[in-house]
Design a protein around this ligand. Structure first.
Ligand code: AKG
Ligand code: FE2
Length: 290
């Protein structure tokens, strides 16, 4: 008898709790049972790596559709080409860098649940990507700081990263998100501590890329609290770092991680293609929904 739980993936953990390489699985030909096991491992290990895969753009989109509901490429930036409105290209030749710690698209009310990233063109060396485990980071805060963080709400604002692009390159008409055309990036509020909807675990849910400030405290308090949380989130114990090879695919849970792409390869060319799985509205410890 075959059930979803009967399939066991060959996982090589990258740390005691966080990150794993999935060995011997071809994402282009994986069975439904194997993908169900991948989906479960994604929540458990938070970031998964699949070495030297053979996916092209169509294959990446097909894989994403088997794992969840795909979003448009990005709320502001269009797809890589007309045939692939779901693919967000990060191209170093077009200023596509992600060298600030962030969690994807937290400046929208419903950020993506997860992201699937494929290495398309890599520099000869460098361009590694790192992920931080926001749940491990939350768990290792002291009890009084956890209690403080649990009560806080933060504003996330995409204008610093994407406001110029929206106004100048798109003439104020962005892309589609949650069924609506994005014409302005209205700042949104999210809990500073996010409760994972599938596990109930808490994680730090602020990031330097998109969080502008904490609500209801002074500017100096907001800065100090955010700096404390960022420094803690990105401690080496909470990080895995991936050295890309051609074709590699990374898949991560945006509800429990943040990430950062090294910009250390000079003028070399680096292109990554990303798709995102539709997510729900983040909620914190004090609420049952957003
Ligand atoms: O370029 C990378 O490695 C990561 C880019 C990024 O932030 C993303 O794909 O969400
Ligand atoms: Fe990202």
């Amino acid at each position: 008898m075959t059930t979803a739980t009967a399939v066991k993936l060959d996982l090589r953990p990258l740390g005691p709790h966080f990150g794993a390489e999935v060995e011997g699985l071809d994402l282009a030909t994986a069975t439904d049972e194997e993908l169900a096991a991948v989906r479960a491992a994604l929540v458990d290990r938070k970031v998964l790596f699949f070495r030297e895969q053979s996916l092209d753009d169509d294959g990446q989109v097909a894989l994403g559709r088997r794992l969840g509901e795909l979003t448009a490429s990005h709320p502001v930036v269009g797809g890589v080409d007309e045939a692939h409105p779901e693919i967000y290209a990060l191209d170093s030749a077009d200023n596509g860098f992600a060298d600030v710690w962030h969690t994807d698209v937290t400046f929208m009310p419903r950020p993506p649940l997860g992201s699937i990233l494929r290495a398309v063109i890599l520099p000869p060396t460098g361009g590694d990507t790192s992920w931080a485990d926001s749940q491990l980071a939350y768990d290792s805060l002291s009890a009084p700081v956890k209690e403080l963080a649990d009560q806080l709400t933060a504003v996330h604002d995409g204008n610093r990263e994407f406001g110029y692009y929206l106004a100048q390159r798109r003439g104020g008409k962005g892309n589609v998100w949650d069924g609506e055309i994005v014409t302005r990036l209205e700042p949104v509020e999210h809990p500073v501590v996010r409760v994972h909807p599938e596990t109930g675990r808490k994680g730090i849910f602020v990031n330097p890329g998109f969080t502008s400030h904490i609500v209801g405290v002074s500017e100096a308090e907001s800065r100090a609290i955010l700096d404390l949380l960022y420094a803690h989130l990105t401690k080496p114990e909470h990080i895995v770092r991936h050295r890309w090879r051609a074709g590699d695919v990374a898949m991560w849970d945006n509800r429990s991680t943040a990430h950062y792409a090294n910009r250390d390869y000079g003028d070399a060319h680096r292109v990554m293609h990303r798709i995102t799985l539709r997510g729900d509205r983040p909620f914190g410890p004090g609420r049952t929904d957003g």
